[in-house]
Design a protein around this ligand. Structure first.
Ligand SMILES: [Zn+2]
Length: 190
């Protein structure tokens, strides 16, 4: 994908995509465990927690840290919690920016009807929140002539009837599938 226009929409919170892709190319829909927010939340700001975690990690005694090392909100003094989806998740400016980046990408390649082909590559999406990735992907595949849908999952996925000619479904371990694919492409280039 190196030379392709790419955007990552993810429900993972584990910071792995940002090791490869620029932030401008990612939407962390369910948050990102590299940040904390006020637990109320009382204000619209997320904070990188790298230093906080490092300090706590260095000061663990008998599996505990002292309470003054726990991050607290500058505004209201309450405890800070990881910026990940739960009932107090902060859908503030950073979250909205991520969603807007994703929508702009879609607008650019789908809604304006460019001549570019688009692959919607769905990697290991589970069944917990189909409304974020899976169902919109099905709909975009159905509505757009230029879209092709590739669903890679550990388990066998259901292939919806209305897009059955516009998709491919590969069951198996993602690491193995991608490795095979890479070898296959490399083999063709030689
Ligand atoms: Zn607060």
């Amino acid at each position: 994908m190196a030379e392709k226009e790419v955007f990552v929409l993810t429900t993972n919170i584990d910071m792995q995509f940002e090791r490869i892709f620029q932030k401008e190319r990612i939407c962390d829909y369910q948050g990102n465990s590299g940040y904390v927010q006020c637990s109320q939340p009382c204000h619209d700001q997320i904070y990188s927690n790298v230093e906080m975690i490092r300090r706590m990690n260095e000061n663990i005694r008998e599996l505990r840290v002292t309470s003054e090392l726990l991050p607290r909100c500058n505004e209201c003094g309450r405890i800070m919690v990881p910026w990940v989806r739960d009932d107090t998740f902060l859908e503030g400016k950073d979250w909205r920016e991520g969603v807007r980046r994703y929508e702009n990408f879609l607008k650019k390649y789908l809604m304006n009807g460019t001549d570019k082909n688009v692959v919607l590559l769905e990697l290991g999406v589970g069944e917990m929140t189909p409304s974020i990735i899976k169902l919109p992907f099905w709909e975009m595949t159905y509505k757009n002539e230029k879209v092709f849908y590739a669903c890679l999952n550990q388990k066998k996925s259901s292939a919806p009837e209305h897009i059955k000619d516009k998709g491919i479904y590969i069951a198996g371990d993602l690491a193995e599938t991608l490795r095979d694919l890479k070898e296959n492409i490399a083999g063709k280039e030689m």
